[in-house]
Design a protein around this ligand. Structure first.
Ligand SMILES: Nc1nc2c(c(=O)[nH]1)N[C@H]1C(S)=C(S)[C@@H](COP(=O)(O)O)O[C@H]1N2
Ligand SMILES: [Mo]
Length: 310
């Protein structure tokens, strides 16, 4: 992201995925998944989630094909090319897994992933995902509002921000042997953003547990912000009084702001954000303020200068 300009992108990154994902590759991917979900007794990527409700927030846009959602990814812990995560995360083990929720809370707690899955009713939500690199997807996620988790640890009056931290384990995440970013990957939200009903603690997509390349076993999804805010494979959620340091902001403060709300009027210093290419479509479409979620979220930024706090 920091390094590549759209002009530097390789052909595999600009070929529409329905052409790029040939039949052979599709068969390889599905064969790999069948093997994973056959593990005895363990919940694993690809396992079907029964009895899902359709949630309140369902975009009318047509969902991006499964093969593109799970084959064209940014997950630098598994490499910087879009095809790297599907390949290099294939054997990533996500059990056992815990998430520590700590900091400015009255009841800090370490949650086991199995408890997270049962914490609140899982629902399906179709969200647009707008990458800062000016492409977008539409993904049927599965999860529940992050607020459901945060309420249970009882935030103190000092909790002003929330910090998310991805697993640090270079043996399991080989991309962490490279210094392309400072590890572990960290992201953050203001408390009101974290408590907003659109902010989804996400455990699945397309009706099944998250594939590894999409951030298994648990990630955040914040649909009105650029995709990099939605940290994958998180192991810690910390409530803080100070604004946390976040990975991309640290790497390029002029290019990636803390807020990073999708905003067609504030260009990235090296490319325009006015339009985007929806994966699978040929013509670019205009980018919408707050990625089309202005009605729900713009109020949180009343009185702020969104050019300065970009
Ligand atoms: N830990 C971690 N989380 C991450 C990233 C990453 O490199 N590492 N990439 C981000 C970016 S830039 C995007 S666009 C989204 C992509 O999510 P997806 O692959 O599920 O579509 O994940 C975000 N979360
Ligand atoms: Mo992104």
């Amino acid at each position: 992201m920091l390094i590549k300009r759209p002009a530097d992108l390789r052909p595999s990154e600009i070929t529409p995925p329905e052409l790029f994902y040939d039949r052979r590759r599709f068969l390889q991917l599905t064969a790999g998944m069948a093997a994973v979900s056959a593990w005895p007794g363990l919940a694993a990527a690809g396992e079907k989630l029964p009895g899902l409700k359709r949630g309140a927030y369902v975009a009318q846009d047509k969902p991006t094909p499964y093969e593109a959602v799970t084959g064209y990814n940014n997950f630098y812990e598994f490499g910087t090319d879009k095809e790297d995560p599907a390949r290099h995360a294939a054997n990533f083990k996500t059990r056992p897994w815990t998430i520590a929720v700590e900091g400015e809370v009255r009841k800090p707690r370490v949650f086991d992933i199995e408890d997270i899955l049962k914490l609140a009713p899982l629902e399906e939500r179709i969200y647009r995902l707008r990458c800062v690199e000016a492409w977008s997807m539409v993904v049927p996620w599965v999860g529940f509002p992050l607020a459901e988790l945060l309420k249970r640890v009882e935030p103190t009056g000092n909790a002003k921000f929330v910090e998310f931290t991805t697993l640090l384990d270079p043996e399991r995440m080989p991309g962490q042997k490279s210094s392309v970013l400072t590890w572990p990957y960290r992201e953050g939200l203001r408390m009101d953003e974290a408590m907003h009903p659109l902010t989804l603690l996400t455990v699945g997509l397309y009706g099944e547990l998250l594939p590894n390349q999409n951030g298994a076993p648990v990630r955040i999804v914040i649909p009105w912000k650029y995709g990099f805010k939605s940290a994958k494979s998180i192991v810690r959620i910390r409530l803080t009084e100070q604004q946390p340091i976040t990975t991309w902001n640290e790497a390029g403060p002029r290019e990636y702001g803390f807020y990073s709300n999708v905003n067609p009027d504030v260009d990235h210093p090296r490319w325009s954000q006015a339009k985007e290419r929806r994966i699978g479509e040929f013509l670019k479409r205009p980018t919408l303020p707050f990625n089309g979620y202005a009605e729900q979220v713009a109020g949180m930024y009343a009185g702020m200068d969104l050019r300065r706090d970009f």
